[in-house]
Write a new protein. Structure first.
Length: 132
């Protein structure tokens, strides 16, 4: 089975989920706040502080019988955990080895089932959680 090049872990309190199958790509965006204003002679930009980071994760949860499964949690447990974290606005720590270590809210969770395939495809959309 393919070995992951890095580990992607999401956790809240004592609950921790390490993805069995890493996404082909994991994007984290680090935008700046930009205010644009127009004057008669043209448009100007004023650049402020850092906007909130966003991240998207698309992968699949191997079926409970698959050889790619490494963690003890069932597909259903992983999905319902992500769903609870989203619904309850949990501050979820996301650690991607060598790349990212931050606290995020899950803003969207999409699950997709494909007929004839027992894996479940998931997409998580996250936004940085920053204390005011």
């Amino acid at each position: 089975s393919m070995k992951n090049t890095r580990s992607i872990a999401l956790s809240y309190g004592s609950e921790r989920i390490v993805l069995d199958v890493n996404p082909k790509r994991l994007s984290v965006s680090y935008p700046q706040i930009v205010r644009k204003y127009s004057l008669m002679d043209g448009e100007y930009a004023e650049v402020g502080g850092q906007a909130l980071r966003t991240a998207n994760i698309e992968t699949f949860l191997p079926s409970d019988k698959s050889s790619m499964r490494r963690q003890a949690l069932s597909q259903q447990t992983v999905i319902s955990t992500f769903y609870d974290w989203k619904k309850n606005k949990r501050k979820v720590r996301m650690v991607v080895s060598g790349m990212e270590n931050g606290t995020y809210y899950i803003t969207n969770l999409t699950t997709t089932a494909v007929e004839g395939d027992e894996d479940i495809y998931i997409r998580l959309e996250l936004i940085e959680c920053r204390d005011i």
